[in-house]
Design a protein around this ligand. Structure first.
Ligand code: TXA
Ligand code: MG
Length: 334
């Protein structure tokens, strides 16, 4: 099988919606990363996602919906969760709630909760409307590898295993959605940090704190996405403090690529192993380029990559980037 990459014209969107309704798979852009979508209420279609990604059966899928009304049929909502959806949907936020019977067990890996997200990307939104069904969609990468932020990324790692890719250009956010567990609003917690921050959520949910799973003693069963070595490139990755990476620039070990957070000011020639995530120093720009840079470096076959920790001055996305770097380096939480 060799995937076909389609421009999101009206004709191709209609065609892809029909593929999805019939139980097929379509990779499609969201504002965070590309997803591999299937009819969420069709257990056989969802099984195809697990097969194509070689995803372990115990790693549940996020279900994408066109709006809150569609999400009401899939989960048992509470007032605080509705307020959160009202405020942040459509957008890069996934809400975990008790599931309703309509959701097949394969989607939730047999669990009694479901993760729901209403995406903001216009292509995914049109696809959801045209398909008229909720769409289960994990990131469109082989399980454990770096998430894709372009159609070409999807094609290079899943192109032999799926038939259709909708090309919506590079994803504007670039890192996966925030996941918040809202089953019990009094004990809400963040399972995965993302562009919607704890502070923004707390302003809507109320309460003093919003713990992040894995960072407090009490928080245990984690989303499998919280496991160590997730989102990992093949090339071993080391995280370095700003001072350390500058030192490495002076005396770069052979076979080592350096990734600065921000483009260094003075760079003499001959630094083709020196990379950076942003020119401006803004977290948004760095988040958009993070997975592209990790994938590019994997292709170049370095022995190792040393990457600079994102500075707090880059804003709230710095913490999200550092979370993904720790996972990519295989440190899990830490
Ligand atoms: O931004 C995103 O969320 C992207 C786009 C495509 O929407 N999707 C994405 O999906 O990142 P995925 O499958 O790569 O990551 C979803 C994470 C997984 O770690 C999964 O274990 C967790 O969400 N998850 C899914 N259902 C869950 C549930 N009921 N409870 C807790 N975690 C859940
Ligand atoms: Mg993923």
């Amino acid at each position: 099988m060799k995937a076909r990459i389609l421009a999101p014209t009206r004709t191709s969107l209609r065609r892809m919606a029909a593929v999805l309704r019939r139980g097929g798979l379509v990779a499609a852009p969201t504002e965070t990363v590309y997803g591999l979508a299937a009819h969420a209420l069709d257990a056989r279609a969802c099984r195809r996602i697990f097969r194509a990604k070689r995803r372990p059966a115990n790693d549940p899928l996020i279900v994408h919906v066109a709006d809150l009304a569609a999400a009401e049929n899939l989960a048992v909502w509470n007032d605080a969760a509705r307020r959160v959806a009202d405020k942040f949907w459509p957008g890069p936020l996934t809400i975990v709630l008790p599931k309703r019977r309509a959701v097949p067990g394969i989607v939730t890996s047999g669990g009694d909760t479901v993760a729901l997200r209403c995406p903001a990307h216009p292509v995914m939104r049109r696809l959801l409307r045209l398909a008229g069904v909720p769409l289960a969609a994990p990131s469109a990468n082989p399980s454990g590898y770096v998430s894709p932020t372009t159609a070409a990324h999807v094609a290079e790692s899943l192109g032999e295993r799926i038939e259709w890719i909708l090309d919506g250009g590079p994803c504007p956010v670039g890192v996966e959605s925030t996941i918040v567990d809202m089953q019990d609003p009094g004990r809400a917690r963040i399972l995965r940090p993302g562009a919607v921050t704890a502070r923004q959520l707390r302003a809507v949910i109320g309460g003093k704190r919003l713990p992040q799973a894995g960072q407090s003693k009490d928080a245990q069963p984690l989303a499998p996405g919280m496991m160590a070595r997730h989102y990992s490139p093949r090339t071993p990755l080391r995280i370095r403090a700003p001072k350390e990476i500058r030192r490495l620039l002076v005396k770069r070990p052979p076979g080592t690529a350096l990734v600065f957070f921000r483009k260094p000011g003075r760079l003499a020639g001959g630094h083709d192993a020196v990379h950076w995530l942003t020119q401006s120093g803004r977290g948004e720009e760095a988040a958009r380029s993070l997975y592209r840079v990790l994938r590019e470096l994997d292709r170049k076959g370095y022995r190792r990559v040393c990457i600079e920790r994102a500075p707090r001055s880059a804003g709230p996305l710095a913490a999200v980037i550092n979370d993904r770097l720790r996972r990519a380096a295989g440190h899990g939480k830490a």
